[in-house]
Design a protein around this ligand. Structure first.
Ligand SMILES: Nc1nc2c(c(=O)[nH]1)N[C@H]1C(S)=C(S)[C@@H](COP(=O)(O)O)O[C@H]1N2
Ligand SMILES: [Mo]
Length: 458
C-alpha cells in the first residue's frame, strides 16, 4: 500500500556508466539500500502519524526515530527563509537530480565530435524531452552560430525550377507566420547496437537516440511559394548544414507539399539549443534524424534524388544476401518500456505502473499491448494524452509483481495497422548485420532479486 512504491523510475536511477560492471553493481546496491531506507522510513512515518497526527500536517516532516515525532522537529526548510529569486540566471534542475544526464556510450565512437549522447528515457515523464537532455548526434561537432550572421538560401538545381532564388536572414524568417508542433526525432541508428545480440544494459543506450520537442518555425511550403518553386519538375529537396560535416539528404517534395516539413528556430518554447542546430534546423516529421539538417544554410530544389554520401555510403540498410537498401527514411512504429527497464531494481513485489513510449513515423499510435510473460499473453495499455501524429505517446499499465522472474515487453500498433515486429520477424527480413532501423520489440527481464536486465528472446 505504499504509494512511493509505484514510481520505481524515479526511485531507481540508471548507473553512472555501464562500462564498469563493478561500478554498476555499486551504484545499484547503494541505490537499493537507499531506497529500502526510504521505504522503511515512509512506513515509520505512516505509523507515527497514527500516534501523532500533527506530524502529518507538517509537509516534509523528517521520518521520526522511534515514533516520537513532534511539530517542533520541523526541517529547516519549513522554518527558515528560503533562497532569493533567481534574478540573473537560467533555472537549473534540483541538485538531487544530477544523475539525470545525457550520456555517451563509452567506446562507441572514436572522437567526441563525431559522436552521440543518449537521452535518459528511464528518468523522463510524459512525452517532451527537456532540451538539455535531448539526444545529440554530430558528425563533425556542434557550433553556436551567430544568428545575426546566419542565412538560409533557397535555390534550384537549374534556373527554372526555382524562379526567384532567395537568401533569408533569421529576422526575415522570424517575421513570417510560424507553426508550433510536437514531433519525435529518432536517429536511424537508434537501437542499432542490438541487431546481432544484446549489447548495452539500459534503455538510455538501447533507445536513447530519440527525443521529442515542440518545434516552432516556418513551413518550407511558405518559403517555396515566395521563391516560385515549380512543383511539376521540382520533386526533390536537398537540405545542407553549415557545419563541416557536409550533411546533405534528399527529402521527397510530397512531404513539403503536405505542409509538414518546416524550418525550425524554436524548441520547447525557446530558441533551439546549439547542440540541436541553433539557429535553424529542418524538421521532417516521421523521417529519420539524419534528414533533420542542423545549422541549415541552404535548400536546393531538384528533379531527382541527390545520392549524397549520407544516402549512398551511410544510412543504407544491409539486407540478407549482401544486398543493400537506400533511402529508407520513415521511422516505423516502435515502442519501449522505460519503467521498469534495464539497470533499474524493483524494490519489492507488489504494485507497479509499467510505463513507456510508443511512436510511429507514419502517424498516430493506435494501440500498445504489454506482456509480462515474454509475449505469451498481452494486455492493452492505457494511452495517455496528448495523442499526436509522428510524436511520442506515453502508455502505462497496472501490474502487480509476484516476485517471480518476468519478461516484460511492449508492442505498438499505428493508425495504418502496422504492428511492431519481434526480433525473429525482423531478422527474417533484415538479417542481423544491419545498423539502422531496428524497431523490434524490446524485452526486459525482471529477476527475482528485482534487478532488471536487457535480454533478447530467440
Ligand atoms: N548539420 C548537421 N545536421 C545534422 C547532423 C550533423 O551532424 N550535422 N546529424 C544528423 C543526425 S545523424 C541526426 S540523428 C540528427 C540529430 O539531431 P540532434 O543532435 O538534435 O538530436 O541531426 C542530423 N542533422
Ligand atoms: Mo542519425
Amino acid at each position: 500500500m505504499n504509494p512511493d512504491n509505484s514510481h520505481p523510475g524515479r526511485l531507481l536511477k540508471a548507473p553512472e556508466s555501464f562500462l564498469d560492471a563493478s561500478g554498476i553493481r555499486q551504484v545499484f546496491n547503494e541505490g537499493k539500500a537507499g531506497r529500502r531506507d526510504f521505504i522503511r522510513n515512509a512506513f515509520a512515518a505512516a505509523g507515527a502519524a497514527v500516534a501523532a497526527p500533527l506530524a502529518l500536517s507538517a509537509p516534509g516532516a523528517p521520518p521520526p526515530d522511534g515514533g516520537d515525532s513532534n511539530i517542533l522537529d520541523l526541517p529547516a526548510h519549513s522554518k527558515g527563509l528560503g533562497q532569493p529569486v533567481v534574478t540573473d540566471g537560467y533555472g537549473k534542475p534540483s541538485k538531487f537530480e544530477t544523475n539525470v544526464q545525457r550520456r555517451q556510450s563509452p567506446g562507441l565512437t572514436q572522437t567526441t565530435q563525431a559522436s552521440v549522447s543518449f537521452a535518459p528515457l528511464q528518468s523522463l515523464f510524459g512525452i517532451v524531452t527537456p532540451s538539455g537532455l535531448h539526444f545529440e548526434r554530430h558528425h563533425q561537432g556542434w557550433w553556436d552560430i551567430d544568428p545575426s550572421k546566419h542565412r538560409l538560401m533557397i535555390n534550384g538545381s537549374d534556373d527554372k525550377i526555382v524562379k526567384s532564388p532567395q537568401v533569408f536572414t533569421m529576422d526575415e524568417l522570424m517575421r513570417l507566420p510560424a507553426v508550433s508542433r510536437f514531433h519525435f526525432i529518432e536517429c536511424g541508428a537508434n537501437t542499432g547496437m542490438e541487431w546481432g545480440n544484446v549489447a548495452v544494459p539500459t534503455c538510455q543506450y538501447t533507445h536513447g537516440m530519440i527525443s521529442c520537442s515542440e518545434f516552432t518555425g516556418v513551413p518550407l511550403r511558405t518559403l517555396f511559394e515566395k521563391c516560385g518553386v515549380d512543383y511539376k519538375r521540382g520533386r526533390f529537396v536537398l537540405g545542407e548544414g553549415a557545419d563541416g560535416s557536409s550533411m546533405t539528404r534528399t527529402v521527397p517534395m510530397e512531404l513539403v507539399e503536405s505542409g509538414e516539413v518546416f524550418v525550425a528556430y524554436g524548441q520547447n518554447g525557446e530558441m533551439l539549443r546549439p547542440e540541436n542546430g541553433y539557429p535553424l534546423r529542418l524538421v521532417v516529421p516521421g523521417v529519420q534524424g539524419v534528414s533533420w539538417v542542423k545549422y541549415l544554410r541552404r535548400i536546393e530544389v531538384g528533379d531527382k534524388p541527390y545520392g549524397t554520401k549520407d544516402e549512398t555510403i551511410h544510412y543504407v540498410d544491409l539486407m540478407p544476401g549482401g544486398r543493400s537498401r537506400q533511402y529508407t527514411s520513415i521511422q516505423e512504429c516502435k515502442s519501449v518500456i522505460t519503467t521498469p527497464s534495464g539497470g533499474q531494481v524493483l524494490l519489492d513485489k507488489g504494485f507497479y505502473s509499467v510505463s513507456g513510449l510508443a511512436w510511429s513515423g507514419r502517424g498516430k499510435i493506435k494501440r500498445v499491448d504489454v506482456s509480462v510473460d515474454g509475449g505469451r499473453n498481452w494486455r492493452t495499455a492505457r494511452l495517455e494524452s496528448p495523442l499526436l501524429s509522428k510524436c511520442l505517446t506515453r502508455f502505462s499499465l497496472d501490474w502487480v509483481w509476484d516476485g517471480k522472474p518476468a519478461l516484460i515487453q511492449s508492442r505498438a500498433m499505428d493508425e495504418t495497422g502496422y504492428v511492431q515486429p519481434t526480433y525473429q520477424q525482423l531478422r527474417a527480413v533484415r538479417s542481423t548485420r544491419s545498423i539502422y532501423h531496428n524497431n523490434a520489440i524490446q524485452t526486459w527481464l525482471v529477476q527475482e532479486s528485482g534487478e532488471v536486465k536487457n535480454v533478447q528472446l530467440s
